[in-house]
Design a binder for this molecule. Structure first.
Ligand code: PEP
Ligand code: MN
Length: 266
């Protein structure tokens, strides 16, 4: 039995108060670096994105990298840095959980638990994050159908946790020459017919190139997304992960100024 249509708004309690994702709520912007690299960069980025209008800081502590030799994230010490950035800015924190063994420790710091594209069908992880009752941002799998994605969400709902936000981050196609993935913006109107779960669009992982992020951000807003997740790095050229798709602080500020008249989020 499908149950994923029963819920509507996800409320996340942050140090700055409550933020509603979904129906009739202002656009929620989540921003920050792909990975938490050090204290200075995460605190600086947090301050910049907050001033520009973001309500949540993103930053990976545990990173799902294609190569085992690539930077894997600083783990637990990065969680402490995210807590520090929240203390300084009051922003809500979202970070990825990859392993059931880390769920409780991450849930102690994060306001939203992120389940990444590569773990969308990690059913033990879905059950475990469901059991925490914490808001969960569930990314669409690399090649997941909408049905598979919604049934993955259903695992979290079935565990008794109604606080699921669906995140479209681009799907795999045959052509990766000019974009990393294909941003499926049609999920916004399609999901509206299937579920009341709120939607986030991630134009950064979808395009893989910072130059395309502003246009796809505007497209996502036009399609009616509830939220956006955008990667921002103080020095993308030196980023330990996903530099090419990360906006510079000034680019993010400019984008938020463009977005502001279209979506009241201040
Ligand atoms: C991320 O958000 O940094 C990430 C790894 O995303 P995805 O799971 O969509 O690839
Ligand atoms: Mn990333």
């Amino acid at each position: 039995e499908f149950r994923y249509g029963e819920y509507s708004t996800v409320t996340v309690v942050t140090p700055n108060g409550k933020v509603d994702f979904g129906k009739d709520s202002p656009l929620v912007v989540i921003a920050g670096p792909c990975s938490v690299e050090n204290e200075e960069m995460i605190v600086e980025t947090a301050q910049v994105v907050k001033a520009a209008g973001a309500k949540f800081l993103r930053g990976g502590a545990y990173k799902p990298r294609t190569s085992p030799y690539a930077f894997q994230g600083h783990g637990e010490s990065a969680l402490d840095l995210l807590a520090k950035a929240r203390e300084v800015t009051g922003l809500g924190i979202i970070t990825e959980v990859m392993d059931t063994a880390d769920v409780d420790k991450i849930a102690n710091v994060a306001d939203i638990l992120q389940v990444g594209a590569r773990n969308m069908q990690n059913f033990s992880l879905l059950k475990k994050v469901g059991a925490t009752g914490k808001p969960v941002l569930l990314k669409r799998g690399l090649s997941a159908t909408i049905e598979e994605w919604l049934m993955a969400a259903e695992y979290i709902l079935a565990a008794g946790n109604p606080n699921v936000i669906l995140c479209e981050r681009g799907i795999r196609s045959f052509d990766r020459q000019h974009t990393r993935n294909v941003l499926d913006l049609s999920v916004v109107p399609v999901l509206r017919t299937l579920t009341h779960l709120p939607i986030t669009i991630d134009p950064s992982h979808a395009t893989g190139k910072s130059q395309y992020v502003p246009t796809m951000t505007m497209g996502a807003i036009a399609a009616g997304t509830d939220s956006l997740m955008i990667e921002v790095h103080p020095n993308p050229a030196k980023a330990l992960s996903d530099g090419p798709q990360s906006l510079k602080p000034q680019e993010f500020q400019e984008l938020m100024l463009e977005v502001k008249p279209l979506a009241q989020f201040f």
